[in-house]
Design a protein around this ligand. Structure first.
Ligand SMILES: Cc1cc2nc3c(=O)[nH]c(=O)nc-3n(C[C@H](O)[C@H](O)[C@H](O)COP(=O)(O)OP(=O)(O)OC[C@H]3O[C@@H](n4cnc5c(N)ncnc54)[C@H](O)[C@@H]3O)c2cc1C
Length: 439
């Protein structure tokens, strides 16, 4: 029996969760249960895997478990960019190998299409819009990144538009940035509303248990999952619990549990909207990875996302929340001096599974255990498509995207502690310092 040494417990102040439609969480599991299929983790990946397994095995019950309420965990805490384009930060032009880039693009677009058609089919109220994204820069280093990425997009044959600093206020109001590269394929959405809607539209043969924290696991002919109120004995286990997957005995020393931070303002008044100007709905990602993601939402709030911490114990840290709320305030004031009285209603953190080589895991971990793990910050589309394709693989299907995922080398092994923490903390400190006013 393996004791799970860290389980999720996110902070209570996620703005997306509180401003999404209220839903009734499904009761937690209690007692003893035997089942053929269990999916662990009801974020984008687990919801997609459970849905697809249910379609492949309509007469089986698919058990789906989450430690928290759906929409409260990382899948409900992100910035809500469903991104199509690849962005290989290890390559000079951020595109790298053209064959890999094309397959990644196809994978991401498949994830987007799955989400878009589920939203349409079930009328999920999550403000999903094909709005594109602005990748924006203010420092010389950022401008150089945009220039390199533009060359990469030419190579890939994907459209973009370069928008000069003087034209940007017509798009996003602020005069803060010197240049932006607009790419049209991103969809923006309210992530907590989306995952709540996905959970409430699962096929009837998916049995969802929320607030059920798996604390022990035993592998054998069957997998036994224990929690405080009982146990689930399953023929097959699908791990879709992102960074926490590494606590289940596989892929040890491969994942860096990072925490990211975001704040959401109160809605702007009509007068403030007029002072801001620009379009009514947009999203900016930074040219510098340590810069700020910014959004104007459907309900006229401003989202600021920046700052990272490395939390090897995988627990959120209240002192970081306070410190980084202050960073968000400063970043907001730099960009929106015309909105001096706009306070943040919410500041929260979310856990992110990063690997050193930016590769996730997809496939079989043991004879009766499968996984789609380690989102590397792109789980909205990637989690959706890998969860779906993992279910297809389990059902015996193969296609070019499954082959592409299976051919991947997977996450690399990390250096041991204390070198790891020293190295990661130094990299974060330097990256955040170097970002300067991009943050
Ligand atoms: C601030 C922030 C901004 C981000 N912005 C973006 C963005 O704009 N676009 C994008 O694509 N991605 C973004 N991401 C990343 C994105 O949120 C993740 O990639 C995505 O949530 C991964 O989905 P997932 O389903 O694989 O994992 P998760 O969403 O982490 O879901 C895993 C689930 O497993 C459950 N679980 C774990 N352990 C246990 C256990 N022991 N027992 C029971 N349940 C368990 C957890 O409660 C959790 O709900 C961002 C992340 C953060 C934090």
């Amino acid at each position: 029996m393996i004791k799970i040494s860290a389980t999720p417990k996110d902070d209570a102040m996620c703005g997306w969760y509180h401003t999404a439609p209220v839903r009734q969480a499904k009761p937690g599991h209690a007692g003893d249960k035997q089942t053929r299929w269990t999916v662990l983790g009801a974020g984008f990946t687990g919801l997609a895997a459970a849905r697809q397994l249910a379609l492949h095995y309509p007469s089986d019950e698919i058990v789906l478990i989450d430690a928290q309420e759906v929409g409260f965990g990382t899948s409900g805490r992100n910035a809500g960019f469903a991104i199509d384009l690849p962005h290989d930060i290890g390559a000079d032009d951020y595109i790298g190998d053209i064959g890999i880039a094309k397959s990644t693009l196809k994978l991401n677009r498949t994830g987007q299409n799955i989400l878009h058609s589920l939203v349409q089919q079930h009328g999920i109220d999550c403000h999903m819009r094909p709005s594109g994204k602005y990748q924006a820069a203010v420092e010389d280093r950022g401008i150089a990144v945009l220039d390199a990425y533009r060359r990469g997009l030419d190579k890939l044959g994907e459209p973009y538009e370069i928008i000069s600093g003087q034209d940007l206020p017509d798009h996003i109001g602020t005069t803060f940035y010197r240049q932006a590269l607009f790419t049209p394929g991103t969809m923006l959405l309210q992530p907590s509303a989306l995952v709540k809607g996905l959970a409430d539209s699962l096929p009837a043969n998916v049995k969802l248990y929320e607030n059920t924290v798996i604390t022990e696991v035993e592998y054998g002919d069957k997998v036994v999952l224990k929690h405080a109120h009982g146990r689930i004995v399953t023929d097959k286990l699908i791990l879709a619990n992102n960074a926490f997957g590494a606590r289940f005995g596989f892929l040890k020393h491969t994942v860096l549990p990072m925490y990211l931070y975001a704040s959401l303002s109160r809605p702007l008044t009509e007068a403030e909207q007029a002072q801001l100007g620009g379009k009514s709905f947009w999203g900016v990602i930074p040219a510098d990875p340590y810069g700020s993601t910014v959004r104007r939402t459907h309900d006229n709030r401003i989202l600021m996302r920046n700052s990272f911490s490395f939390n090897p114990d995988q627990q959120s840290k209240p002192d970081c929340l306070q410190r980084f709320a202050h960073n968000h305030r400063q970043s907001f004031e730099r960009r929106f001096p015309m909105l001096p009285d706009v306070e943040f209603d919410y500041t929260w953190s979310g856990s992110l599974a990063l690997t050193q080589n930016h590769k996730g895991f997809f496939g079989q971990l043991a004879p009766n255990v499968y996984g789609a793990l380690f989102c590397n910050g792109l789980g909205v589309t990637r989690g959706t498509v890998t969860g779906t394709l993992l279910a297809d693989l389990i059902a015996g299907q193969r296609d070019e995207l499954i082959d592409f995922l299976l051919s991947d080398s997977g996450p690399s092994t990390l250096p041991p502690q204390p070198f790891l923490s020293i190295g990661v903390n130094a990299t974060l400190w330097w990256g955040q310092r170097k970002a300067g006013i991009e943050s």
